[in-house]
Design a protein around this ligand. Structure first.
Ligand code: MRU
Length: 372
């Protein structure tokens, strides 16, 4: 990794982000798929195997894997593993039942549907039923490699946006991000984090404000872990601190991922993203959203009305998990029997978004709507 010459004078002490991967097949072609259990990070790095369809289902439901692109990749491998349970009699009927089950795991991220459709399409290439598992594994591998390529390209296009901003400001960039739209939410590089890693590799001086992201704290536990692993300067902040920092001119740009983006540019992302977008508009901070095109749902336009929002268990709000000494514990925050609501995502209307970064390029909001 050689920093590009115009930025080379800044000594960015980074570790290579491309050495981190959330899910992998090893050895390639073996069907042995492993992933990092994200429910234990940052305290323990535990690797688990996907041995059957149920393992993939469980990994997604329990959020051992999470983040829109990674949910899709896990589902693609899960559907390949389903082929071994379906036998040859009534294969189609059984396989479609598994597909329906998979689609019900998490409703908001459209990448899940993209992955299941990808595998259903791959079935049409199969001449003999005995080849099914092998063909679907190959197809899952292709889907995963496609996501890696998309993240790399998002990094390059997004880095150009950050470099432009740096040339204008001529000072260290303060970038705010919400949730984890990083390596752990994808396979490699991330979406919102890919431009950050790439720009830092190319010598742009930057610092990241990491929203803690209640209730599950994906920012405090996962994004902070990734930033530390990659040697990126960062500070975790309480979710409520973002607007205050913007008001004081301490945020140069906000960048988030997305779980579903409609044809007119409305973007569903982790709960709390909308508040950041409203504050960014008030304080004239550019607000960018980065995602692969597998996150675009061209069948809908009005995200606020049409994107299904996952409602998650109350105990994620009433309780908080963390480490005490050697143990990972959950402790209660609220009085006994307090009712809690837990919508897991919100929708940021396209009009609050400055621009979009996909593997096809970085475009401002009006251009995105014209293309899609
Ligand atoms: O509930 P999660 O952790 O799956 O939610 C993840 C997010 O909201 C991410 O920001 C989003 O999936 C973008 S991932 C590149």
């Amino acid at each position: 990794m050689t920093p590009q010459s115009s930025f080379a004078r800044y000594n960015v002490r980074m570790h290579d982000p491309s050495r981190l991967q959330s899910i992998w097949e090893s050895p390639e072609g073996s069907g042995k798929v492993s992933y990092i259990d994200q429910t234990l990070l940052p305290h323990k790095r535990v690797v688990r195997r996907l041995k059957c369809f149920e393992d993939a289902l469980e990994a997604i439901i329990l959020m051992r894997v999470r983040g829109a692109p990674l949910i899709g990749v896990t589902a693609a491998f899960g559907m390949a593993l389903a082929a071994q349970d379906c036998g040859s009699r009534f294969f189609d009927r059984r396989f479609k039942k598994h597909a329906r089950q998979m689609l019900q795991t998490r409703p908001t991220a459209v990448n899940l549907r993209a992955a299941v459709d990808y595998q259903l399409n791959a079935l049409t290439d199969i001449a003999r039923p005995r080849q099914t598992r092998r063909v679907l594994l190959r197809s899952a591998r292709q889907f995963m490699n496609q996501e890696i390529r998309y993240s790399e390209r998002i990094g390059r296009f997004g880095a150009a946006v950050l470099k432009r901003l740096y040339r204008k400001k001529r000072k260290k960039l303060n970038i705010l991000t919400h949730c984890n739209a990083g390596i752990l939410a994808c396979v490699k590089w991330g979406t919102a984090t890919a431009p950050i890693y790439r720009a830092a590799m190319e010598g742009v001086p930057l610092h990241v404000w990491v929203d803690e992201t209640r209730p599950r704290n994906q920012g405090a536990s996962l994004t902070a872990w990734e930033m530390k692993e990659c040697g990126i300067e960062h500070t975790v902040i309480a979710d409520n601190a973002g607007a205050h920092l913007m008001q004081r001119g301490e945020v140069d740009l906000v960048i988030t991922g997305a779980d579903r983006v409609t044809a007119n540019g409305d973007a569903a992302n982790k709960i709390g993203t909308l508040l950041k977008a409203i504050a960014a508009r008030e304080y004239k901070v550019p607000f960018w959203v980065a995602f692969p095109t597998t996150t675009i749902d061209r069948t809908i336009r009005d995200g606020v009305r049409e994107i299904p929002i996952e409602e998650r268990p109350q105990d994620e709000v009433t309780h908080i998990r963390g480490r005490s000494g050697k143990h990972i514990l959950s402790v209660q925050l609220t009085p006994d029997k307090t009712r809690a609501a837990n919508p897991a995502f919100d929708v940021t209307p396209g009009r609050l978004i400055t621009g979009y970064i996909t593997e096809q390029g970085a475009v401002d909001a009006s251009k995105f709507r014209a293309i899609h």
